[in-house]
Design a protein around this ligand. Sequence first.
Ligand code: FES
Length: 111
Amino acid sequence: MPRIVFAPASSGPHASMLVVSVSPVESLLVALMREGAPIRHDCGGKALCGTCRLRVCSGASGLSPMGERERARLASFGAALDGSERLACQARAARDATLEALVPLVEGEGR
Ligand code: FES
């Protein structure tokens, strides 16, 4: 199973990195939430809010291709569409990757 290294958003209340095993058929968000990772997902994983945005630090080529919904949501934030940013609720990993959350948890929110 691929492993992803996840870093919480730097300005959020949680600082430590997490290593999570993922199945290639589940979204990164599902895998991260299963492990209690501090990641926002305000729309519940429907590619509507963009709060699950991730910076892809390594392993971009091992992530699933970007679909139209994900592309449109990222574009609405002015994000680069070159694979350096992804939505955790839409992307899946077939190989190891290193990812960083871009949107911090709101105060009082957590595991
Ligand atoms: S959880 Fe809302 S866009 Fe991913």
